[in-house]
Write a protein that binds this ligand. Sequence first.
Ligand code: RIB
Ligand code: CA
Length: 362
Amino acid sequence: MKCIKKTIACVLASIMILLCGCGAVNTDTKPTESKKSASETTVKASKTQRHKVIIDTDAGSDDAAALVLAATSEQLDILGVTVLYGNVPLEKAAKNALMTLELCDVEAPVYIGAKKPLKKELEEMISVHGKDGMGDQDLIHPKRSAEDGDAVDFILDTIKSDPGEVEIIAVGPLTNIALAVKKDPDTMKLCKRIWVMGTTGFGAGNATPVSEFNVYSDAEAYDTVLRAELPMTILGLDMCSIKEVMITKNEMTKLAQGNEKGVFMSKAFTKLFAFEQENGMDMMIPDPIAVACLIWPDIVLETKSCYGEACVGNDAAYGQIIMYQKGSVYEAMPKIGSYNLEVVTKIDTKLFMDSFMSVMTD
Ligand code: RIB
Ligand code: CA
């Protein structure tokens, strides 16, 4: 029901947009062609300061590419990796994360997290990354095992031990993060920022026309995290589906002829690339783009400050994230505490692809 009202509000907003022939309705009546509107800020990561991060991942092949970028970056101290269900079942996610860290000679601890969503039953999704999540190329033989501790406790203990300094990179469903918010909301308020690959951004979905996979997997988790109004930078699927940041046969060939990481990734991408090609598409690699926004801040050309609401009703809108842009007024405005989301709306595609390929081939 809740989402139907929101959908009506979106329709009303669209009618208003059509009537006034402009972008989102701004309260600002003067033309703002010269100055950026209130919603068009650009929040970038610091280039000088190293970032202490926890990486939360459902460890499919694009997650592995994200882990490689993170593990080889001078900008990041990986304090730990927490895994959960998503692209693959939980146990495989742990092994894939361990194997990828081993490839990069990084000893960061790996903690086991959620094996299913907060509320709904775990849905068997098409395993587009292959049964093992890494191209079914017999790549995954990690020497190390995951730690005995629990992912949610690790997240909370780490943030509590260094208030205001720890950032989270979340590139899977947000179930672990939501469990941490539910268990100790005050500690989670001490998290410096959450860098998320998730939502459709301002584009179309891949799980449904209106929902992106990480949200669709557990929209209740997104609802919990969004209501906590933590500082978040969101890389939506819209940025990942820009042609210039998608992997074509050309990049796959270069990866296969690249360094040890490039060869590993070309194999891990085998199934995902084949799946996309069968559908006449090149291959999206969402998760490394999310990490890139943090380690190569100049990639982020523009962000929009937003407040987000998750659709969790039992209807076709399930998993849609409604983004209310700062500076816009809608007919059905919710109570907004803060515009805590920086949604990435423009990226330097060439800088991303050149930097990504250089990590994998130099
Ligand atoms: O929709 C893309 C996201 O879903 C990526 O994080 C991918 O790894 C899957 O988790
Ligand atoms: Ca992922």
